[in-house]
Design a binder for this molecule. Structure first.
Ligand SMILES: O=c1ccn([C@@H]2O[C@H](COP(=O)(O)O)[C@@H](O)[C@H]2O)c(=O)[nH]1
Length: 481
């Protein structure tokens, strides 16, 4: 089971968003655990924390630095502590690792030897640093966005109030990994910061930190209202550190859990009855390809504005899928989406429509081990003067891969060239269908078109997730007539 599913199962089983920091900090060791052997004392203390909390929390978060500070016995203590955590509860190792040249070996150490489910990382070295962790598909990373210490403000709030560095980290890291594999670590006592991050990353898991640093001023309901996603989850809440030194830990955690769950249900009953304007799109029915849609938008493949199309018509959007080749992670996801459709079809060869779809068709040909051909856009006046590039035998069936269907003209021209060479063409597979009857027109010509998603689904998802505003959403709707 991957990290995300394991966490969801754990949240559901214990009805809790709480996570526990498992830190062998000698300074916080309660007096009744102290003896001559500090490692044994810390071990007993941490084990009792796990015992007391395992039914009321959704995750554990040991901090690597506290274990390392105890030397070799500390690292042994880490392994023992990890072993004491029930296997169904996910473990997030707080390592804030950020070294580029050791990221691969560190990822291997934490994910294959320590077997933790997730690790915290610092963002400053960018995607190159995060990528070696994300090759472990069942494990996840949390990217540090901001911390609550005053000394960090000069950096994290730089350069402008509109786009401080911490929000830029959120925006940038959306392109590094899927919401299932990449969450955000947000240390703050300020609900406004949490709300700004949530609005930029509605789909991400947020691990809140330091929320209790404000002492009695903390309003947990405000924190929850700012950080929860539209489903009422997506937010992990830390158990306050001082609770671990108190007797009757289980009782304290249970009442904190009850307080959070109560606040959660109040927030949701209030928002569902108050008279606020809500977009007439469902926030519950998320599109199954939501993550891919958001990524395509974030890497600049989907643009809103006024664009003249090849037909001369002006549309309130432009789709440029040629950009995906520069982002291997998104490109991979695009290929997977096409692959799912192709797996249900029968064909002997793939054909790409030049030029935009050729990289995609090539990727699919390699993935499916299926030979590729393509009809030329223009026939050369020299050399072989071939109309179709690549080898084929007349009578074979070809599945045609294209990027987007607007009028269907370009894909139909390509298909006709293939047919004129004696090939059979029935299925056309595209990423995006502009709708407006194009599939029916293609069917009239004998082609069955299949698409991963429609433009209407894309715009609805982008609107629900806060990527486009109401004016952009409505402009698209009006253009659809
Ligand atoms: O937003 C857009 C619109 C069109 N394209 C390119 O056009 C063809 C599809 O247009 P048809 O009218 O169906 O022939 C598509 O293959 C793209 O190359 C685009 O990229 N973005």
């Amino acid at each position: 089971m991957n990290f995300f599913d394991k966490l969801q199962a754990s949240i559901f089983q214990n009805q809790s968003l709480l996570f526990v920091g498992l830190d062998p900090n000698p300074e916080l060791l309660p007096a009744d655990y102290k003896s001559e052997d500090i490692i044994a004392d810390l071990h007993n203390w941490l084990e009792s924390i796990i015992r007391e909390t395992a039914d009321f929390v959704c995750a554990y978060k040991p901090t690597l630095g506290f274990y390392e500070a105890l030397g070799v016995p500390g690292l042994e203590l880490l392994e023992k502590t990890l072993a004491a955590i029930p296997s169904h509860i996910p473990i997030i190792l707080d390592a804030k690792h950020s070294d580029l040249n050791t990221s691969s070996v560190f990822a291997r150490r934490v994910f294959t030897q320590l077997n933790v489910d997730a690790v915290t990382l610092s963002p400053y070295t960018g995607q190159d640093h995060v990528a070696p962790f994300l090759v472990y598909l069942d494990q996840a990373v949390f990217i540090l966005c901001c911390t609550s210490n005053a000394g960090a403000e000069a950096l994290q709030k730089y350069p402008t109030e509109e786009l401080p560095l911490y929000l830029q980290v959120v925006k940038e890291s959306r392109n590094w990994g899927t919401p299932e594999q990449l969450g955000l670590e947000v240390g703050t006592t300020n609900p406004e910061i949490l709300a700004r991050i949530r609005s930029v990353a509605p789909e991400r898991l947020i691990m809140a930190r330091s929320i209790w640093a404000g002492g009695s001023n903390i309003n947990i309901k405000e924190i929850l209202a700012a950080g929860l996603n539209s489903h009422g989850d997506g937010l992990l809440i830390p158990v306050p550190q001082d609770m671990f030194s108190q007797p009757k830990l289980a009782d304290h955690i249970q009442s904190l859990r009850a307080e959070i769950n109560q606040a959660k249900s109040e927030i949701f009953s209030e928002t569902s009855t108050c008279a606020v304007w809500l977009p007439d799109v469902s926030v519950v029915n998320l599109h199954p390809q939501q993550d891919l849609i958001l990524k395509l938008y974030d890497v600049g493949c989907i643009m809103f504005g006024s664009f003249v199309q090849a037909s001369g018509a002006t549309f309130p959007y432009y789709i440029d899928l040629r950009k995906i080749i520069s982002n291997p992670q998104v490109f991979n996801q695009v290929l997977t989406a096409y692959e799912k459709i192709l797996n249900s079809l029968e064909f002997d060869r793939l054909a790409g429509i030049p030029y935009g779809s050729l990289p995609t068709a090539t990727g699919l040909s390699l993935r499916l081990h299926c030979p590729l051909i393509f009809p030329r856009k223009e026939v050369k006046a020299h050399g072989t003067r071939r109309l179709i590039e690549g080898n084929f035998d007349p009578g074979e069936t070809v599945a045609v891969v294209d990027d987007i269907l607007i009028t269907g003209k370009s894909v139909m021209e390509g298909a006709e060239k293939l047919k004129s060479a004696g090939l059979n063409v029935r299925d056309i597979i595209v990423l995006i269908d502009h709708e407006q009857g194009v599939k029916a027109r293609l069917l009239d010509h004998g082609y069955q078109a299949h698409s991963v998603f429609t433009l209407a689904e894309i715009t609805e998802t982008l609107y629900q997730c806060g990527r486009i505003n109401q004016a952009q959403f409505l402009a698209f709707r009006e253009s659809q007539g």
